[in-house]
Structures are given as C-alpha cells and as structure tokens.
Design a protein around this ligand. Structure first.
Ligand code: CP
Ligand code: NVA
Length: 306
C-alpha cells in the first residue's frame, strides 16, 4: 500500500491511524526496536525540517534507519529515470518517502515500486501532515466530529487540499476562505462537498475570512507562497494581504476555546502575525511534535506491522 493522497485512505483508516498514534505516543503499544534491520529511503527534491527530521527520528526510535537522499545527490539529477531509481532503491530499502515538485513523480515512483511509497509533500497534497493534524485535533478536543475548521489562505494548495478531503471524510465542517482563484477546481469541490454531506459535514469555500472563522474550533493557515511558486510571490502577496492574514481581530471571531494551527514553516507577518502564533490559541509546536508520533504509525501501518 502507498500513501500518496488522503484519497488512499478510508474514513476508518484515518480514524485507525489517529487512535493508534495515541497509543504509540502514550506508550500503550510498545514499538521500540520493532524495525530493527529496516531502512527507509527519503528522497527530497525540496527543503524540509519537520518531515525529514520526524521521519528520520521515528525510524531511529523504531530501531531502523533512514537515508536522507536529496535528489541533487542522486543520479536522477543527471537524468536517470524514476523507474530505474526506484527499481534499484527497492533492492536496498524497505520503504520510500519522497518530497517532490510534481505529484506525477510520486505516481510514477509508486507505479514501479514493490515497497510502500509515502508522499512527504507534493504540489497536490500533504497527506502525512493532515493525518497528524487530525490526531492533534483529536488530542485537543477529544473527538473528530461536530467541529468547525477554518482554513484561511491558499485554498487550493497541498495542505488545504488534504485538509479538505480528510475533513469531508470525517464529516467535519470545513470552511475555506480564499480569493476565488485559489479555490479547489469545481469538480473536486463537488466531489468533496458530496462526500462531506454523506458524512454529516459541510465543505464551504468563501471569500470572507470572517464567515469562515465564525465560531470555528480550529483556525488553520499556511504560507501564501508554497515551495515551487516563488515566481508568483508578489502577485500572491498582493491578493492575500491584508485580508487573509490571521491576526487577533480575526481570531476573536472564532469559538472561545479555539486553537490556531499551522503546518509550518510560518512566514510571520504574512499569513499570521506573531501575536497569534505566540498566543495561547497556538498549538503549532504540539502539532509539529505529533508529526513524529504519527510517522511511526504511518510507517508501521504501511509495512503491515500494525
Ligand atoms: N510541515 C512540514 O511539512 O514542514 P517541513 O517543510 O519542514 O517538512
Ligand atoms: N504549502 C507549503 C507547505 C510546506 C510544508 C509548501 O508547499 O511549501
């Protein structure tokens, strides 16, 4: 089994990963050393702090090893095919994780791999981030139902897309505030809206950040300029600022016990101000810590050891 998209998981599997993460984090399941002799290959086309370090530490704590393989050091950078790269790497390692620009690169890797391939972020999705965030939300609220999540910013980026799909699967109410050209394409929106209503939730895109955050339990944002989109930076900042910045005024419209979440890295002063990210609302460092616990669950689940 591969994990390239939230669509690769069922609602039951997301919940299972969340509950198993709780057991692993608090030591109810002892996983120390279970991956002795196992190796993960981690291919990176772009930078990473959390994803790289949390996967590597997770493998170490499970008794295995992780190899950091930036593409600039692989023969891929000199034209070796994805197929040959994967067919060779799978002779050495047991599981692959890749962070790529084009989602199609991951699909090609998965097509040729007989070992699990994990999406460590592509231009389309960030599924491992969102599985972890669902655990963080569960940990905070004690449930994954009857919650309103507001995502403010680029409503069509990798993090937003994975968050919207997972919320629809779980029947959460997800409101996304973004300029219209940064909404998910119509067809995708219809699909997730249908799914949400089947599960008792809603997906709503709006241009009004106040409508999105009104009584929200979670206010979530991400960069306006994702990696690989740097040439659009000025235009994006012009469109998103100041309307879609998460500041104290916007937060004050959320529910009283609302939390602020951000996958990080944050661009303080752009999508969020210091006052919010450093406030009592903010659970961004818990969120980052939980990546470590969730990576263990994801690795063990894909290796069919849980
Ligand atoms: N949130 C996240 O994936 O962070 P990195 O880019 O540091 O891995
Ligand atoms: N949307 C961001 C997420 C970084 C973890 C990006 O793609 O750069």
């Amino acid at each position: 089994m591969h994990l390239l998209s939230i669509w690769d998981l069922s609602r039951e599997e997301i919940l299972k990963l969340v509950f198993l993460t709780e057991e692993i984090k608090y030591g109810y399941i002892d996983v120390e050393g279970v991956l002795e002799g196992y190796t993960m290959g981690m291919i990176f086309e772009k930078p990473s702090t959390r994803t790289r370090v949390s996967f590597e530490v997770a493998m170490n704590q499970l008794g295995g090893r992780a190899l950091y393989l930036p593409t600039s050091t692989l023969q891929m950078s000199r034209g070796e095919s994805i197929k040959d790269t994967v067919k060779v790497l799978e002779r050495y390692v047991d599981i692959l994780m890749a962070r790529v620009y084009r989602h199609e690169t991951l699909e090609e890797m998965a097509e040729h791999a007989s070992i699990p391939v994990i999406n460590g972020l592509s231009d389309r999705e960030h599924p491992v981030q969102i599985v972890s965030d669902m655990f963080t939300i569960y940990e905070r609220f004690g449930r994954l139902s009857r919650l309103k999540i507001a995502f403010i910013g680029d409503g069509a980026n990798n993090v937003a897309r994975s968050l919207v799909i997972a919320s629809a699967m779980l029947g959460l109410n997800i409101y996304v505030a973004a300029p219209r050209e940064y909404w998910l394409p119509e067809e995708e929106l219809e699909r997730v809206s249908r799914l949400a209503s089947e599960n008792g939730g809603v997906v709503r895109y709006t241009e009004d950040p106040y409508e999105a955050v009104k009584d929200a339990d979670v206010v979530y944002t991400d960069t306006f300029v994702s990696m690989g989109m740097e040439d659009e930076a000025a235009r994006r900042r012009g469109l998103f600022l100041p309307k879609y910045q998460v500041n104290m005024d916007l937060m004050s419209h959320a529910s009283q016990d609302a939390v602020f979440m951000h996958c990080l890295p944050a661009h303080r002063g752009e999508e969020v101000v210091d006052e919010v990210i450093d406030s009592e609302y903010s659970i961004v460092y818990d969120q980052a810590e939980n990546r470590l616990h969730t990576q263990k669950t994801i690795i063990l689940y894909l290796l069919e050891m849980l």
